[in-house]
Design a protein around this ligand. Sequence first.
Ligand code: ZN
Length: 699
Amino acid sequence: MSNDTSKPSNPLLVCEGLPPFDQIQPEQVRPAMTQLLTELEQELQTLESAVEPTWTGLVEPLEKLGDRLSWSWGIVGHLMGVKNSPELREAYEAVQPQVVEFINRFSQSQPIYGAYKQLQQSQDWSQLDPAQKRIVESAIRDAELSGVGLEGEAKDRFNEIQLELANLATQFSNHVLDATKAFNILLTNPAEVAGLPPSLLSLSAQAARAVGEKAANPEHGPWLMTLDIPCFGPFMQHSQRPDLREKLYRAYISRASEGEFDNTEIIDRILKLRKEEAKLLGFETYAEASLASKMAPTVSAVETLQEQLRQASYDQAKAELETLKTFAKEQGAEDGGDLKHWDVSFWAERQREAKFDITDEQLRPYFPLPQVLEGLFSLVNRLFGVTVTAADGKAPVWHEDVRYFQVANEQGEAIAHFYLDPYSRPAEKRGGAWMDECLGRAKFRHGNDIQTRLPVAYLICNQTPPVDGKPSLMTFREVETLFHEFGHGLQHMLTQVDYAGAAGINNVEWDAVELPSQFMENWCYDRQTLMGMAKHYETGEPLPEDYYQKLLAARTYMSGSAMLRQLHFGMVDIELHHNYQPGGSEQVKQVRDRIAQTTTVLPPLPEDSFLCSFGHIFAGGYSAGYYSYKWAEVLSADAFSAFEEAGLDNDDAVRDTGRRFRDTVLALGGSQHPMEVFKSFRGREPSTEALLRHSGLTI
Ligand code: ZN
């Protein structure tokens, strides 16, 4: 690796340093990955045949091996997101199955698992530091959760279940997709689209053209309304036709619950198999197996948290509905105070507009990107003592708009770098925003030499590019998103852990990983931070006070209802994966209806079959994990409240608290259990008080 005289001709095989984005071409992907996988497979075999159960004989070579794969494949994955093309996609799809196969083989290797176990029982074990031990323990746990520890019949059965579950998940999501597609209504009369925003009119006219209505246009229609979220959501909020809202709503809640796309039996089968799988692994329930790799210690800890939040939000949600009814009545709603399910979003949106409407367009001029970046960088300087400076030109980039920055510590030494790709490029770049690792912090041995590689992050946003000489003007949501992703980036970049397996976000439990990101979002509402950066890009005038007040009010608008809704999903998820008995007397739907009695203020309609389209838990990664949204919010709100307690106007206190956050949450990464990390920052276990207070809820 360190031998520079024989630099590979394929830039994707360099496997060290910054990615040479100026040299990489899609046609290099296939040969590079094929060659790399062949080499790695050989190395893995060599390692397996003579594995030495020590840190340097086992973990270090595995880290090196994994690092080469993630260097090359990481670049390809990154380019898929930011510089997509038919050629790249084709190359990616051609090699992806082999990469996945290798990763599975790598993570399910019996000899490697055996060596980890031996290391744990060897004399060397006591010589390892806590971070090293945790890396080994996590590796063993993950291997065991994927069935590597099983033998004989149990192993065969486990593999059978895995296969069937994978098929069922695919069927489940295909049914949801097909059922969603199977319904639409074509609106032809302008009276039927009354109230709809221009963006939805464009979208639905485009959908109509796609089904053959060649002349469809946003002004005159026809308009095709579907159950896809970008259509269904705004339609429920803005359509002035209760009859049409009802039609769409009823179709939406009964998706995939009957006929050829019925998911009812699939749900039963999934729950039954998950329970059996958990038992094979030595757990009583699937929820317990799921929590084995999470921060939440026990199912009852999750239940306690959810119940606490439920009690704090239920009455408020009820009151919010009453207020909304009164509002609707005053505005002359058809049924007066009797709001139906399909009326709630509509009237909630009208009430929001009446109370504190503030449009993106009003806010944008106050948030030009360069100013927002300056505000963000000065905040992280204030909190964490790090200095961010432009380093453009010091790294090859994949597009001319991409910026490169250096992060330096208080002594002025570089400790990390990051790329920022801020603007949307629909032709080649995926939507949304994300942070990803380019290089992780790690110490590598080169002979007798030990070198520390500094972390490098990718920060990707999708905001409006500068036009007509104006800078990129951001919506407030985009500002929050940038802060959020930067929070993930900080955990990646300010890590002090030198073991690749636990540096930055590596080995951080899934329900704790949103702590730094959501923590950073809080600062967008902090007066000093916000007012410091929100200035009109032409006049320099600060953000008007009433805009600020509206932003604060909007943050807690109908927060009781929003929280209760998330709790409803989370509690149904845990109940189904913990207490529910497949084949017992209570059906899945009855479980949901029972929980709805205390977690909804408008009981679900009899035909409401939302579980049949609840892909998060039946076809995604959130099974017995939906609670994580709230779990992480509790952590991030409570972390921010340490600054509130210290006094947000007290610069010294904010500085000290910030340094403590840097040295614990941001520095320790996955080297300690997240509860220990949290406690070393906060001095105690997390409390729900701050989240409730920030949400405008009090017990
Ligand atoms: Zn996030």
